[in-house]
Ligand binder design. Structure first.
Ligand SMILES: *[C@@H]1O[C@H](CO)[C@@H](O)[C@H](O)[C@H]1NC(C)=O
Length: 189
């Protein structure tokens, strides 16, 4: 090996070292950061809104397919999918309750209002998913905000009549998922 070749090779290996070093050394630091994006995001959302429970937020997002390694955009889509599923099953539950015997007119009107706002919320949240995908963030936020109101409207009916809500759990879950989706949509810019 000539002197020139050997100098060239040591320069080359030095260059490779310099180029590769940041990648090698940043890997251990980047992986935990990526894994805790759910934890960090849920922590911020739960602290910013008393309606959101940290454990509910992190368990919901972590249990969803594709949340591992997802970025904020991915998490926003995931939270919307979860919220659509919740709104849809809440509508089904309200419909089932309407088939009960001996319900008062008022109670029935409450259940029917819930069924309707849940169905609208499912549709709004589905639309918002498409808007997030196409970068229409402002529109998406308007649609998600409308869905945040659905569980409030449902609970209000029972409360105004002095009745215990049979949909309190559904309303609590849907409220949390919609607030989480909204907070993520706001974080996207
Ligand atoms: C609503 O979403 C939460 C979180 O993903 C889930 O635990 C719960 O089972 C869902 N409820 C219904 C009725 O789908």
């Amino acid at each position: 090996m000539g002197r020139f070749t050997s100098v060239f090779l040591s320069c080359l290996s030095f260059l490779l070292f310099v180029v590769l070093l940041p990648h090698v050394s940043s890997r251990p630091a980047a992986m935990p950061a990526r894994r805790s994006i759910v934890g960090e995001t849920c922590n911020q959302i739960a602290r910013g809104d008393p309606n959101v429970d940290f454990t509910f937020c992190s368990q919901s997002l972590r249990s969803a397919a594709g949340s591992d390694g997802a970025d904020l955009h991915g998490l926003a889509i995931i939270s919307l999918k979860l919220a659509v599923a919740n709104a849809t099953s809440a509508a089904t539950r309200a419909k089932a309750l309407l088939k009960g015997n001996g319900l008062s007119r008022y109670y029935k009107s409450c259940l029917d209002a819930c069924r309707e706002v849940y169905a609208d919320a499912a549709s709004d949240l589905r639309d918002a998913t498409g808007m997030i995908r196409s970068g229409r963030l402002v529109d998406a936020r308007v649609y998600i905000s409308a869905a945040v109101d659905a569980p409030v409207v449902c609970e209000d009916g029972f409360q105004e009549g002095g009745l215990a809500s049979p949909l309190a759990e559904e309303d609590g879950d849907l409220m949390q998922l919609a607030v989480i989706a909204l907070a993520l949509a706001v974080r996207l810019g």
